[in-house]
Structure formats: C-alpha cells, structure tokens
Ligand binder design. Sequence first.
Ligand code: HEM
Length: 298
Amino acid sequence: MASVSDPASKSAWKIWRDRRGRFSPLRLATLLLLLFPLAKTVYDAHLIMGGARPINDMIHRAGFWALIFLGLTLAVTPFRGIMRYGALIDVRRMIGVGTFCYIAVHLALFVADQRFDVAAAVHEITHRVYLTIGAVAWLGLAVLAATSNDAMVRRLGGLRWRRLHQIVYAVVLLALIHYFQQTKADVTVPTFAAGLFLWLMSYRFASRRQDDNLSALRLLALAVAVSALTFAGEAIGIGFAFHVSPLRVLTTAFDFRAGIRPGWEVLGAGLCVVVLDLIRSYWLRRLPRTNVRAAAAE
Ligand code: HEM
C-alpha cells in the first residue's frame, strides 16, 4: 500500500499528470476549465459584493456551473467517439469530481445563506419541493463522486459499478426539474439546457449497438428529432402554464422578434456536431492507415 511519504502517492495529487506520471496538457486544460468559474467569481467579486444578495448570487453561479460540468461529464463519451479522440476518457472522472465540488459549494453557500443554521436549512429543504428535489440530486452526485475511484471499481466489479453509475440519468432529470422550478419567469435557458441533455441521452441510447459511433446522417436525424422534441416540450410547458393551446405556441417558432427559441439553439448545437463529425471523417480519410489508429488512440 502507498504511504503518504511514497512518491507515487504524492504524485496522485498532481492531477495534471496522467496515470504513468507524464505531464498531460489535456488534464491541465481540464483543470484550468474547472477552475475558471472560481476565477470568474473572484474577478466579479466587486459586482457580487455590491449586489443586493451576494450569497444568493454565488449560489446561482455554483449551481449553474455544476450543471454545465455535469453536461460536460456526459458529453465525454459521445465526443470521444465523434472526434475519435480516445484520450478524452482520461478526464471524465476529473470533470465528474469537479461537478461534485461545485455542487458541494452550492449547498454550503445555501447553509451560509441560512446564517449557518443547519436546522433552518434542513427545514427549508424538506418544506420546499424544488429544494427537496435538488437535495435528492445532490445525494446522487455524492454517491457518484464517492465511487469514482479505482478502488471502488475493483470493489464493486465493472458491471455493478456501471449499473450504479446509471443513476446519473436520474440525477440529470432531478437537477433539470430543480433548475426549472427555481426559475421564476423566463425558462428559455433551462429549456435549452434540457434540450442539450436530451441530445446527450439520446446519443448514448442510439449508439449503444453502434460501437460508440453514429454516422453523420444519424447525427443529423438526432439533431432534428431532439430539436423537434425541445419545441414540443416547450410548447406543452407554456401551454400548460398559460392555458393556451400548445399548437398556437408552436406557430410562434418562426417569429424571431421575441428572440430565438431554444429548439433552434438545440438544432444549431446538433448541426455543429454533424459538421465536426464530417470534418473529422474527412481528415481521417486523408491520413495514412497507421496514423489513423494512432490518432484514435491519442
Ligand atoms: C441540497 C441540495 C440543493 C440545494 C439546497 C439547492 C439550492 C438552490 C437555491 C437556493 C437556488 C437559488 C434559488 C433562488 O434564488 O430562488 C438554486 C439554484 C440552482 N441550483 Fe440548486 N440546490 C441544490 C442542489 C442542486 C443540484 C444537485 C443541482 C445540479 C447539479 C443544482 C443546480 C442549480 C441550478 C442550475 C440553479 C440555478 C442557477 C442559475 O440561476 O443559473 N442545485 N439551488
């Protein structure tokens, strides 16, 4: 077993190094990405402290970035396939643990906002539905973070570990409900986020039998289908909330005066992936065969 004075255990803290102890630019870039929201908060400190509710502002920032990093964790597998960039898998765990760090800060700030009165915080969480839902998602993320290490993979066995980590889908769903419920007025951004998560889930489902890769045509079909579902979901939601016909809401999709609807943004994101796939395929076709294998394993 490695002791604390053991050089191997010391290098475990150097997360910019890969498993073999070599410097990894990808890991360093991921670390910087994970630290970006923290740096931005420090940079915006004068704005935050000058605002009416500084702690609430930081609660929003931490929750927002946690959701972004949760999405990035799920995006690693599809993009590894689309970009034929195997090395991406090396940073998935890092982003997942980073997600949990932000969500831990999110909860800690909530307790701070209750003047560190833990009983009051628990009372709020158990009496407000959107907080209860957030808390269940929080617990799910805690389980995922606690089991995201080699020792737990060995202890549980690959199959059980993979099955356990399927709870990430429930976590995403609960986190999105929490996001929608805490948004008081305009739900454009949560709807866009929901559309992107739907794309990620649908990709995983569609690529299960396809060796992790979907053809450009299938990616195009996925982009159109997910965009259509986003439009439909938004129309049903607005129809339900304002007692109007969802079909009437759908007819406003081409009215760009009030802004671009999230369904179009989801379509745009899906089409970007198609273009990325085409560029990568074109580039791989031009490489000699031996380099193709090396590029995929990178
Ligand atoms: C015990 C668990 C949680 C508590 C107590 C909590 C509490 C809160 C509170 C108080 C807000 C601000 C609401 C307002 O100002 O009206 C908020 C917003 C938010 N929370 Fe949570 N939350 C929890 C878990 C989560 C989880 C697990 C996620 C997702 C990974 C999450 C993501 C968000 C997001 C995205 C926002 C909105 C950020 C924005 O305005 O852009 N929260 N949460």
